[in-house]
Design a protein around this ligand. Structure first.
Ligand SMILES: O=c1ccn([C@H]2C[C@H](O)[C@@H](COP(=O)(O)O)O2)c(=O)[nH]1
Ligand SMILES: [Zn+2]
Length: 161
């Protein structure tokens, strides 16, 4: 009997919690997406969320979903997963894991595969019937990148000292 706490959070809760915290930085009014890249030995390597590229003002570029293509967010926003990959300055991501709050699109799947990430843990598969996500899964399957849904414990995570 060591007296150690036994209600500490799991690795999955920890890293998905970090990804969801990062998502809260997003200015996207509809979908806030956060990513946390983790090494095989559970060290956080990088974090990202969906947002505009450096130098592109959050207040000047559009956040709408519909209308003329050039007036929508879709042609400007950098996706959370790509931001996390690009934010990493340490070299190789070979064998890393990606915790992400929403299932990655086809463009992110390409970047994930090419970066060497080998496992995706996602919270929500928000658009499973879209060509983008179907293509994403097809590529991830072909490349042998595993993916699994994060199963919430239902436990409330509170901060206390
Ligand atoms: O793989 C992905 C796919 C999408 N995103 C971002 C891009 C947008 O900011 C939102 C999606 O907006 P909707 O209004 O839900 O279409 O999510 C991402 O970061 N990663
Ligand atoms: Zn994407």
């Amino acid at each position: 009997m060591s007296g150690k706490r036994d209600d500490y959070i799991s690795w999955d809760e920890y890293f998905m919690g970090v990804a969801k915290l990062a998502a809260l930085r997003s200015k996207d009014p509809n979908s806030q997406v956060g990513s946390c890249i983790v090494s095989q030995d559970n060290k956080i390597l990088s974090i990202g969320y969906n947002g505009l590229p450096i130098g592109c003002s959050d207040d000047e570029f559009p956040w709408q979903r519909e209308g003329e293509e050039l007036d929508t967010k879709y042609v400007y926003v950098t996706h959370s997963e790509l931001n996390a990959i690009l934010n990493y300055r340490g070299g190789s991501l070979d064998g890393a894991k990606l915790y992400v709050s929403m299932f990655p699109c086809n463009e992110c799947a390409k970047a994930i595969i090419q970066s060497g990430i080998r496992e995706i843990i996602y919270a929500v598969d928000k658009y499973p019937d879209t060509a983008s996500v179907i293509a994403s899964k097809r590529m991830l399957n072909a490349a042998g990148v595993r993916y699994r849904r994060y199963v919430p414990t239902g436990r409330e995570i509170r901060f206390q000292v």
